[in-house]
Design a protein around this ligand. Sequence first.
Ligand code: SAH
Ligand code: SF4
Ligand code: F3S
Length: 439
Amino acid sequence: MNNLFIKNFGCQMNVYDASRMAALLQDALGYRQVEEPASADLIILNTCHIREKAAEKLFSELGRLRKNVAGRPVIFAVGGCVGQAEGELIFRRAPFVSLVFGPQNYHHLPDMLRRLEREGGRILANEEPPDSKFDALPAVTTGGPVASVVVQEGCNRFCTYCVVPFTRGREWSRPVEAILAEAASLLRQGAREIQLLGQNVNAYQGIDREGIPHDLALLIQRVALLPGLERIRFVTSHPADMNDDLVAAFRDVEQLCPYLHLPIQSGSDRVLACMERGHSVADYLGWIERLRATVPDIALASDFIVGFPGETEDDFAQTLALAERVAFDHAYSFVFSPRPGTLAATMPDPVPPEVGARRLAVLQERLNAMQLAGNIARVGRLEPVLVEGVAKRGDGGEVTGKTPQGRTVNFPGDPSLVGRILEVRITEGLPNSLRGKSA
Ligand code: SAH
Ligand code: SF4
Ligand code: F3S
């Protein structure tokens, strides 16, 4: 028996890739995915390169796993964005790794593994392949009511701090019918919600069979016509790629959830310019205003970076003010991390780590307070919750799901409810979730 253990890091794109790798390896080589590394014959770390700690995590994880399987012949493989960016270096830092590959190369895993078995040695696959992984992978499978479809990959924006254009490659949109076929197959298997994924998803520009160009708004309309589809979401969007049709889609497409993740990064125009984000704070606020005018109850999420080179106390104060003004429902925030090969890594005037850490703590406290206030404001309401699974806590007597705005709700119920949309009365707003009672 061939056992496969995949440990995943990073964004939803990596989660998607990992599930497709697992299906491919099962199809081609009979690998069975296991939950624990102890019985694995092949261990794949599907990595993320977005911040420093991510790569450090990889090497400490590799060391830990190696101890865990001591004495057994296990193939160690490193895929994903660190694999792409670091290539050979990984073999040097972790010589027991025999396979390193990038996010565009994993469809060749069966061939590479056969070659390793035959010839031994090491294989590095981080060149742009001549063929697309999407054409070579077996049909998708889903385990649950929420399924993802990658619609767009890579990024051409080159924000000055970001490695994604280097790790995922150039921006590329999948053709419309390929997306529809994948989504339809997931829905036939029981998915009720489809999440359209892209590094810069609202820059989607695909064509259909007739050669008609589709932007994201049009793609959403096409997906919404698929039988069985209850909900659609999409992540992550760029403010400079917003358009009025996408705003209108929130009004016109019934299944499109009122949730938008639209990272702003900073509330200072000066910092946004240094990041080369291609929009101003006023542009951003303009979109927020139009979105809220169209869908008053829309949930808004963002990402922030503090401590970008040259960020002053005043710049940071503007970030806080912007966050307060929008009152985000949810946000991720990070201290700037210089990434190899990016422009910002060489910019002068670095912010001392302790200053960055303090700004992050201050911002996170505000963001957490906003999120809690938003959650408390839902108490008493009846919300349609798509049940995704059994809640981790609650001794099996609770299920967990999401509201259209993307808030997690835990409530008493049994596993037979998974996949159903239930009206749930919200009884409590907690920092990261809601509690409720099925109505
Ligand atoms: N494509 C998405 C998200 C990219 S990465 C977008 O453009 O919005 C997710 C988040 O990680 C970013 O939004 C940013 O907030 C953060 N991030 C990216 N590079 C970073 C860096 N070098 N240091 C700190 N945070 C970073
Ligand atoms: Fe990175 Fe900017 Fe592209 Fe997002 S838009 S992936 S932050 S380069
Ligand atoms: Fe990380 Fe690569 Fe996603 S760097 S955030 S796994 S695109």
